[in-house]
Design a binder for this molecule. Sequence first.
Ligand SMILES: C[C@H](O)CC(=O)C(=O)O
Ligand code: MN
Length: 333
Amino acid sequence: MNSKNLYLVDVTLRDGSHAVKHAFTEEQIRVVARSLDQAGVKFFEVSHGDGLGGSSLQYGLSFVNEMKLIEAAVDECRQSEVSVLLIPGIGTKDHLDEAAKLGAKMVRVATHVTEADVAQQHIQLGRELGLKTAGFLMMAHMAPVDKLVQQAKLFESYGAEIVYIVDSAGTLLPHQVKDRTAALRQVLTCDIGFHGHNNLSLAMANTIEAINEGATYVDGSLRCLGAGSGNTQTEVMVAVFERLGFLTGIDLYPIMDAANGVAAQIMQRPQEVTGTSLIMGYSGVYSSFLLHTQDAAKRFGVDERDILVELGKRQAVGGQEDLIFQVAAELAN
Ligand SMILES: C[C@H](O)CC(=O)C(=O)O
Ligand SMILES: [Mn+2]
């Protein structure tokens, strides 16, 4: 058995924001943050689902200002560190500055898989602020491997310390994760991360493929709370990794208690592979479109699956949430 040191970054309080329509309260953030800290999670992420500055009509208004939530999470940390997500164009350098002043210690700068070049100044700012700084290549299935490699190299050249392959749509198959991770490992000197979604029930298998090919940062959420069918399940990863000899520094029973005693209480619905989220994985549509698609289907009286298949054909990406309603209206006609 090979023993490997891994960083498990928990995204319940950021990706999970999509699943609760950005309605986290300060108390919810505090109890989850406390339980992650007590379980020994090194980094966990807190932001609007679409990152800093995401609270808007387009992406969904936050119930509580995310800076207040970040401050509360930092206040609960004894050993963990708080990460934030920043999508240039949605969040700004000022947002990042403010989050760092409130005590965030890590930033993941996220772009569409072909647009790493918009992130240079944000990556550089992350480093200047002394944050652990990562590049996060979303919708990684939408670029061929050579393009992904080129974009990852850009992130590294700007100063990213980790480059993530992000399976935003939960659509990558294990061999595709393997090929992508291996290709990055060949050319990058920085760390590699993997962020999975479970729309095809492959998040765990994909995460293990990524680790076997050299990824050392992997994302998860408690009880899978996240966009679409949710993320790789944090507490299950801890159990599986222990059996595989991968070391995370996270204690199994406390993280199980965080999941089932704490996170489960804030979930608005069970996180499952439903017909809608399965079709997202099948057609490669952004996981965070789930609730918007369900709203649009109801409003226009059309089948959610038809909307998603059409969005997949049009290669919709994050930021095009308005297209969901346009497609639903067209189908209704
Ligand atoms: C903004 C997205 O929710 C970021 C993410 O977690 C993903 O692409 O997946
Ligand atoms: Mn995600």
